[in-house]
Ligand binder design. Structure first.
Ligand SMILES: [Cu+2]
Length: 469
């Protein structure tokens, strides 16, 4: 027992993970004991204490699966099972995943490693695991019905292959795929290069996460699995803002972020304050001639992208999907656009019927972040997140890259909010307002009109009074 505790300590999991004896020890004597993670926090990198050395990754709100070395083979044990995943504080979802969490643990190996993965199925239906992006024998590819029979409930299958190609990969079921991925079954995989690689840079910080999406009705716990497009929770590693941990780095660190997309739509990933290069995909490292600086990179369905940048600007830099409805949490989509519409008379009439009726959206949706309308239990607010200057009015696929001068190497803890040096923040203008200069012409238009101007007024726009803030 003591040696096992020391092992867990050595791999940085003591306290965070519990190695549970889920399976009969006698029957599973040849199996590595599965390690189960009970917490959704970002675990420190798993420093390898056996095999070839490498610079480990940090899985956002996740962890790396410990392995055992057996006659030169790296052995892992994945357990497919129902899990309760805290997607954000006060919001738990009933998902399917691996070893206690959704997504499952990250698997990290080195190019050339022989890998043996035991997969035990504790789901109520059959499953399989496909090793997305790997070069491997066809029979290890994990496509249920095509390359193997399904893994029935209670059964354990063994996958074995050599990790031939360094890069960023993922794993997911290839059996009842729509349901099992909609329930959260997936995980990341990193194969580190064996030697110095001409196309793979050494970095100071290496992060990885998968993008996934769920359709969970406000107040309920279980995703609707028949949803094809209309998901209402856009998550990274089954976490939604403000539940996604920040990516904490030291100023001038070289940073790599590996991102996979297992949702049903693309996500343009946008980083503030820095330019990055896309240095690789699940197809491998990209040739330098193909790399150019960007601040947004699209990650299409079933793709992985790794981006790299030097974090040379101190601050709290937003990092998010640029589809604005992907930075919101569950809401009803049947809300009309009411910006500029005077709802006072309508509200008065409705209030006669429904006394608690609340008018929304007349001045945009930002009020949603601050309003005190009751929401059902176990529901994440649609737009929220306390920042140092008020509500961040975000949800979903949003986090912050925190760049700090004094963040120590190897320290991934949250340094708190950035303290802006005096004179470097946007501030309120204190002078007198002036009328904006407008383009003038005979017809009061920029362009001459061909037809007579209509005297009819189509829309009356109500502007907020200056007392509104
Ligand atoms: Cu998106």
């Amino acid at each position: 027992m003591n040696s096992r505790r020391q092992f867990l300590k050595a791999v940085g999991l003591a306290g965070g993970a519990v190695a549970a004896s889920l399976v009969n020890r006698v029957a599973m004597a040849a199996l590595p004991e599965p390690v189960i993670q009970t917490k959704p926090e970002t675990m420190p990198p798993l420093i390898p204490n056996q095999g070839r050395p490498y610079n480990p990754v940090v899985t956002l709100n996740g962890w790396t699966l410990p392995w055992r070395m057996k006659n030169g083979v790296k052995e892992f044990h994945l357990v497919a099972e129902p899990v309760v995943r805290e997607m954000a504080p006060s919001f738990k979802a009933h998902l399917w995943g691996y070893n206690g969490q959704s997504p499952g643990p990250t698997i990290e190996v080195v190019e050339g490693d022989r890998v043996r993965i035991f997969v035990t199925n504790k789901l109520p239906e059959h499953t399989s695991i496909h090793w997305h992006g790997q070069r491997l024998p066809n029979g290890m590819d994990g496509v249920s019905g095509l390359t193997q029979p399904p893994i029935l409930p209670g059964k354990t299958f063994v996958y074995e292959f050599i990790a031939r190609r360094p890069g960023t990969f993922m794993y997911h079921p290839h059996a009842d795929e729509m349901v099992q991925m909609a329930m959260g079954m997936m995980g990341s995989w990193v194969t580190h290069p064996r030697d110095k690689h001409p196309l793979i840079a050494e970095v100071d910080r290496d992060f990885i996460f998968l993008m996934n999406a769920y359709d969970i009705e406000p107040g309920s716990f279980t995703p609707k699995i028949m949803t094809m497009l209309d998901f209402n929770l856009w998550s990274w590693n089954s976490r939604i803002f403000p539940g996604i941990d920040s990516l904490n780095v030291r100023q001038n660190d070289k940073v790599r972020i590996r991102i996979g997309n297992l949702t049903m739509t693309n996500h343009p990933m946008h980083l503030h304050g820095h330019e990055f290069l896309v240095t690789g995909s699940d197809g491998g490292p990209t040739p330098p001639s193909s790399r150019f600086y960007e601040v947004t990179a699209d990650v299409a369905v079933g793709q992985m992208r790794q981006i790299e940048f030097v974090a040379d600007e101190e601050g709290d830099w937003a990092f998010h999907c640029h589809k604005s409805h992907h930075t919101m949490n569950a809401m009803s989509h049947d809300v009309a656009t009411l910006i500029g519409v005077d709802q006072r008379e309508l509200a008065r009439k409705i209030t006669n019927l429904i006394p608690d009726y609340m008018v929304m959206g007349e001045r945009g949706m930002a009020d949603m972040a601050a309003m005190e309308m009751p929401i059902p239990d176990n529901t994440a607010p649609m737009m929220t997140g306390d920042g140092p200057f008020g509500s961040v009015e975000m949800g979903g696929m949003f986090s912050v890259v925190k760049v700090r001068r004094n963040q120590q190497p190897g320290n991934y803890s949250d340094p708190g909010w950035y303290k802006h040096p005096p004179g470097t923040s946007a501030y309120e203008f204190a002078g007198a307002p002036t009328e904006p200069a407008r383009m003038q012409s005979k017809m009061q238009q920029g362009m001459p009109r061909l037809h007579k101007p209509s005297t009819e007024v189509e829309v009356t726009v109500r502007k907020p009074k200056s007392t509104h803030h």
